[in-house]
Design a protein around this ligand. Structure first.
Ligand code: ZN
Length: 380
């Protein structure tokens, strides 16, 4: 199978939902150019008009929900809503059970910006079962997290009757895809959230595995009726403000956000997905499924912003991407109750075999560290 890569950045055509134009340039690159031409002042005015409709003048409820993890995006969202616009947000965090101390530190720093904050911690036994199902059946051990971060803030919006939910960037815009819309709702999630409420319904799946419905409440998206009654609207801040990672990092570091002291496994940056142990595993499975990982995402962003050229990006990708994240690997095997060989068998199951080197019998080749070798890194 011949891979086709974007001629500007490093995205391959195996990236789900990614489209190329006649010049061989991908959506994400086209969007990045469009971003420069957008009248961001006008967008800002639209934003200001919109949030005024939701500001609670008598102080009887919160002005909006800000779903947070404690990361750089969360800090930025809180900064915009609270510091720039004087809103009183309720921050809601669905905390994965594999939180590490740096994640906790950033959460405390976020709270200390001066906001009310609800921390939802899911039942660890159910969560672990979902992780295991996610790993073995979906090739994504972070499945319960990907569901919970989108369901629980909306549940809290319903419970507290808060009609506005302010999400951060739109990943469809920043990382390519056709879901560049203004609103985040159930439809967006089903199409682009990587979270398939209908196709992969967490409740029915886990009930089939013997988990009672009452233990699956965190993973249920509120009904259309509940959403309609309160008039809940979910917006992306990235729709109204030009997202520039370097500037954003500068802002949030001034607010006390801490980067990882070392580079994040699988990429060459230290500012993202720092809060839990197993996010690197998610990136690794993305790599075996589609032939690209987080280093490709970051290099492509840096190419688009002119920070590096395509050649330098390719070098970084080759250097950092596609290795099993070793730092918490033993913990991961223990938590998933699998051996290293069983892990390889699961990896094989999700690997797009056309993208990696095989022996004469068609078995995937692994080096001494258990890593696969990708065949084609660029257009031929
Ligand atoms: Zn591109």
């Amino acid at each position: 199978m011949e891979l086709r890569y974007c001629t500007k950045c490093l995205y391959p055509d195996t990236k789900p939902g990614l489209r190329f134009n006649e010049k061989g340039i991908c959506d994400a690159c086209v969007w990045a150019e469009k971003k420069d031409k957008i009248d961001w002042n006008l967008r800002k005015k639209e934003f200001e008009k919109l949030i005024e409709q939701y500001r609670c003048l008598d102080g009887s409820r919160y002005d909006c929900i800000v779903p947070v993890s404690g990361g750089k995006d969360s800090h930025f969202q809180v900064h915009v809503m609270k510091d720039l616009y004087g809103m009183n947000p309720l921050c809601v965090n669905f905390v994965p059970i594999d939180l590490i101390p740096l994640g906790r530190k950033n959460i405390e720093n976020l709270k200390n910006q001066g906001v009310d904050y609800i921390e939802f911690t899911p039942n660890p036994k159910v969560y672990r079962k979902m992780e295991k199902y996610g790993l073995t059946e979906l090739g994504d051990a972070n499945w319960p997290e990907h569901v919970g971060i989108f369901t629980v803030p909306v549940q809290v919006a319903v419970a507290y009757k808060i009609p506005l939910i302010v999400w951060g960037e739109n990943p469809q815009a920043e990382y390519g895809g056709s879901g560049v819309t203004e609103v985040l709702d159930r439809k967006w999630l089903e199409q682009f959230g990587g979270f398939w409420l209908d196709k992969v319904n967490p409740v029915s799946i886990m009930m089939n595995l013997g988990v009672e419905k009452r233990h699956l409440k965190p993973y249920v998206y509120p009904s259309d009726e509940e959403i309609r009654q309160i008039g809940i609207k979910g917006i992306f801040l990235g729709q109204y403000f030009k997202y520039d990672i370097e500037k954003q990092l500068e802002t949030v570091e001034k607010l006390g956000f801490s980067r990882n002291p070392e580079l994040k496994e699988g990429t060459y940056t230290n500012w993202e997905n720092l809060d839990t142990k197993y996010t690197g595993m998610h990136d690794y499975f993305k790599w075996v499924k589609y032939g690209f990982g987080r280093a490709t995402d970051h290099a492509s962003l840096d190419i688009r912003s002119g920070k590096i050229n395509r050649e330098e990006g390719l070098k970084l990708v080759k250097q950092y991407e596609g290795k099993i994240p070793e730092k918490y690997f033993e913990d991961f095997l223990n938590d998933m109750e699998i051996t290293r060989d069983e892990f390889y068998a699961i990896v094989d199951k999700f690997t797009n075999k056309a993208l990696f080197k095989k022996d004469k019998l068609g078995n995937l080749l692994r080096d001494n560290d258990g890593n696969l070798e990708k065949i084609q890194y660029d257009n031929l």
